[in-house]
Design a protein around this ligand. Structure first.
Ligand SMILES: NC(=O)C1=CN([C@@H]2O[C@H](COP(=O)(O)OP(=O)(O)OC[C@H]3O[C@@H](n4cnc5c(N)ncnc54)[C@H](OP(=O)(O)O)[C@@H]3O)[C@@H](O)[C@H]2O)C=CC1
Ligand SMILES: Nc1nc(=O)c2c([nH]1)NC[C@@H]1CN(c3ccc(C(=O)N[C@@H](CCC(=O)O)C(=O)O)cc3)C=[N+]21
Length: 300
């Protein structure tokens, strides 16, 4: 039986800490941190996540602004919205909730956010700085996973960390962070993706297995090494007519079989998801305090 890595509890502890830091910052005359979120279209899951983010802002004493647009907004109009927020001195952080409708380029829109407000850590300046181990905004999901690993005192030094999935928002930054010289970090990393042959050969070698593919119950217990730490990032709504909401949430790892092998495992829900939200708040607080780019001149 594995120990549960409780993201809900850990996230609450982090939110409590953020709330304290906001109070202290404001007592010194600092501004109220302000997060803006852009939501395009009516995707149910995206609405849920954005609502969670807005609610979390309230909990820690941040201001939040949610800007909603219909799915047929043009790319040009959306870029203009981003530019207006870039120029708004009261707003410290901006996220554009993904996915976006197909006619809009995710890269174009997220790259238009100035790096100083890019609390999702998607801008090439932040990605590049993260890779070089310089101060940067780190993508909230990998950042949250690092905080969870830290909270549970999981040793990563010299461990074999296998990351499955190489997206810009999760898998790729996760692999860089686990490999870089830091704590948590200093792991030996293998990054697996769609073209990886014999995936289970790799997953079975993992001391730390981090899965972000978006396929419910993709990883079964027989693909996991005895005693491994299993971090399940995936979260998919699977239809279930017997439930009030009409769906259940499933991770990328089959919980029952993986839990038998793992030493530690994150549940879905209640694992990585809540950590993503509190990490986003943390990035926004750092922005309000002007910590990340304090001493740096940026080339825009
Ligand atoms: N809890 C949280 O806070 C968050 C959860 N998520 C969830 O995590 C999951 C992944 O999200 P995200 O990274 O954005 O997803 P993407 O769809 O952007 O990326 C999925 C990755 O998995 C790889 N992949 C797909 N099929 C296979 C396969 N058969 N074998 C190996 N690799 C495969 C893809 O490979 P290729 O590159 O070749 O296409 C890709 O790199 C989703 O369920 C999402 O909802 C995401 C963000 C935050
Ligand atoms: N620009 C951008 N930044 C993101 O960080 C981003 C994004 N777009 N698009 C989608 C993914 C997904 N994501 C989640 C956030 C919170 C939960 C979360 O709070 N999950 C709860 C359950 C939520 C529920 O009840 O549905 C849990 O796991 O316990 C999940 C997933 C952020 N993402």
């Amino acid at each position: 039986m594995a120990e549960i890595l409780d993201g809900k509890l850990t996230s609450q502890a982090l939110k409590d800490q953020i709330a304290e830091e906001v109070k202290a910052f404001r007592a010194e005359g600092g501004k109220q941190p302000h997060l803006a979120a852009i939501l395009v279209g009516e995707d149910g899951a995206s609405q849920t996540y954005v609502n969670h983010k807005v609610k979390a802002c309230d909990e820690v004493g941040f201001k939040s602004t949610l800007k909603r647009f219909p799915a047929d907004i043009s790319e040009e109009e959306l870029l203009k919205v981003v530019e207006d927020i870039n120029a708004d001195d009261d707003i410290d952080g901006l996220i554009v909730q993904l996915p976006l409708p197909k006619h809009i380029s995710v890269q174009k829109v997220t790259d238009r956010i100035v790096p100083e407000k890019d609390v999702d850590g998607f801008h090439p300046v932040n990605v590049g700085r993260m890779t070089k181990n310089l101060p940067s905004y780190i993508s909230a999901t990998p950042f949250g996973i690092l905080k969870l690993i830290e909270h549970y005192n999981i040793d990563t030094f010299g461990k074999h960390c296998v990351v499955v999935g190489r997206s810009n928002i999760v898998g790729s930054p996760m692999s860089i962070l686990m490999a870089r010289n830091g704590k948590p970090g200093n792991a030996t990393v293998t990054l697996c993706h769609r073209y990886t042959q014999g995936l289970e050969q790799y997953t079975r070698q993992a001391d730390i297995l981090i899965v972000a593919v978006g396929i419910p119950e993709f990883i079964k217990g027989d693909m996991v090494k005895e005693g491994a730490v299993v971090i399940d990032v995936g979260i998919t709504r699977v239809e279930d007519a017997s439930k009030k909401r009409g769906y259940v949430l499933k991770g990328d790892c089959e919980f029952s079989s993986c839990e038998e092998k793992a030493s530690h495992i994150t549940p879905v829900p209640g694992g990585v998801g809540p950590m993503t939200i509190s990490s986003l708040l943390y990035n926004t607080l750092m922005s309000a305090r002007n910590e990340v780019y304090q001493s740096d001149v940026l080339v825009k």
